[in-house]
Design a protein around this ligand. Structure first.
Ligand SMILES: NC(=O)C1=CN([C@@H]2O[C@H](COP(=O)(O)OP(=O)(O)OC[C@H]3O[C@@H](n4cnc5c(N)ncnc54)[C@H](OP(=O)(O)O)[C@@H]3O)[C@@H](O)[C@H]2O)C=CC1
Ligand SMILES: N[C@@H](CC(=O)OP(=O)(O)O)C(=O)O
Length: 380
């Protein structure tokens, strides 16, 4: 595998710091440039960053000078990972795409663009196949364009994995009720004021969290549509071309902020389309044996187990389970019958690992394995 120079946008933030930790030891991505806001530009990374990780700043990042987030400051870089604040991510990521970079973003801005794949790397890496179409639309306006791939909202990411396993084995899922208990780090640093979150639960997460969870799952669990314009129910349209077929799943989400530092826990109840519904023991078997493409491609950051299914009645728990497999998998437990829907279970996913930076990294590794990353021809 050749070495590929990469950059991080939003390098000083919560997600940016996770990118830097992961990239510090990556076998073939080499950290080459860091970008952040005017507040940080021109400073040594280690001088300006409020580093909040339990491991030290990787040597390769320490002395890098933080750059403005514009393509001309990312010379010799092929891939940029974006942990940018959503207030600014949209335009900056477009500028990088237009300049020829492969952009792997955590921000919400482009997730609903029908030409942009919304990828949970343990679920729907097949959706990367939309990239040549995304690129074909840019040929006239930006001949040396790259592309944008997004990962999902961190709460949607955790939930998508067991739901995908169940959908693959038992057919369409008619509906899901999801109640989340989301960690403080999901709000970035410094996040929710301690006076608000200590000794408390806040039954609201701003920025359209519940809507994101409800909508994004339908794109992630959906499929790539016919590009010849055949009528497809629930397709997202772009230029009269049907691109993504949204899954028919109906989701009701209730999102809560809880005093946990890392790890989103979610209580999920599911109703299947098929009758009779699958038995609990079959559901457990399916969850335990689930594998995904990132594993078969042997991506270095993919977890050995996409799903870890606990038999203990009191798991998963964020404090005990968030660092298992470096937070790259999803923990599931308490799989049981639901007297209103069909089955219910609890899951826990590390919001800053598989819910953010680790997802982007595995997405990029899959893109490399599948031949979507080519040496740039424009500003680089
Ligand atoms: N935290 C989480 O669990 C998850 C977060 N996300 C998403 O990832 C993104 C980053 O989140 P998070 O790390 O928590 O956020 P933070 O607030 O911790 O970090 C934001 C980053 O954006 C940079 N930034 C802000 N304004 C500008 C600007 N005008 N130009 C360039 N850079 C700028 C900041 O730089 P500076 O320090 O210089 O101000 C900082 O590096 C968000 O879009 C978020 O929604 C997605 C999944 C999970
Ligand atoms: N909003 C999530 C973090 C996140 O993933 O946000 P977004 O979907 O905007 O990237 C949280 O606070 O836990």
């Amino acid at each position: 595998m050749r070495t590929i120079n990469v950059g991080v946008l939003g390098a000083t933030g919560t997600v940016g710091q996770r990118f830097i930790l992961l990239l510090g030891t990556h076998p073939y991505f080499r950290l080459h440039a860091l970008g952040a806001s005017a507040r940080s530009v021109g400073h040594r990374y280690s001088d300006i960053t409020a580093w909040k990780q339990t491991q030290p700043i990787p040597v390769i990042a320490k002395d890098l000078i933080v750059q403005p987030c514009s393509p001309e400051h990312f010379k010799d870089v092929e891939i940029v990972f974006s942990g940018l604040d959503a207030e600014v991510a949209g335009g900056i990521e477009l500028a990088f795409r237009h300049a020829g970079f492969a952009v792997f973003s955590n921000a919400k801005n482009h997730r609903r663009d029908p030409t942009v794949p919304l990828i949970v790397p343990l679920v729907n890496t097949s959706h990367l196949a939309i990239l040549p179409y995304q690129q074909s639309l840019l040929l006239d306006s930006h001949p040396n364009h790259g592309f944008i791939v997004t990962n999902a909202n961190c709460a949607a990411t955790g939930c998508a994995v067991p739901l995908a396993a169940l959908q693959r084995a038992f057919g369409p899922i008619e509906s899901a009720m999801i109640t989340t208990m989301q960690a403080i780090s999901g709000a970035g640093y410094p996040g929710v004021p301690s006076m608000d979150i200590f000794d408390n639960v806040i039954p609201y997460i701003g920025g359209g969290e519940e809507d994101k969870l409800e909508w994004e799952l339908s794109k992630i669990l959906g499929d790539i549509g016919d590009q010849d314009g055949k009528v497809i129910e629930l397709a997202v349209e772009s230029n009269n071309v049907k691109l993504f077929v949204l899954s028919g799943i109906r989701v009701s989400a209730a999102c809560n902020r809880v005093p946990v530092l890392e790890g989103h826990t979610e209580c999920v109840s599911v109703r299947f389309a098929r009758r009779p519904a699958p038995k609990v023991e079959d559901v457990i078997k399916v969850l335990k044996s689930y594998t995904c493409e990132a594993q078969s491609l042997k991506c270095p950051s993919a977890p050995k187990h996409a799903l870890i299914v606990h038999d203990e009645q009191d798991r998963p728990q964020p404090r005990l389970d968030r660092d298992v497999q470096s937070g790259a998998g999803v923990s599931v437990g308490r799989v049981r019958e639901c007297k209103v829907m069909d089955i219910k279970f609890v899951l826990m996913a590390n919001n800053v690992a598989i819910g953010a930076a680790t997802s982007s990294l595995i997405n990029a590794e899959v893109a490399v394995e599948k031949g979507y990353i080519h040496p740039p021809t424009s500003v680089n």
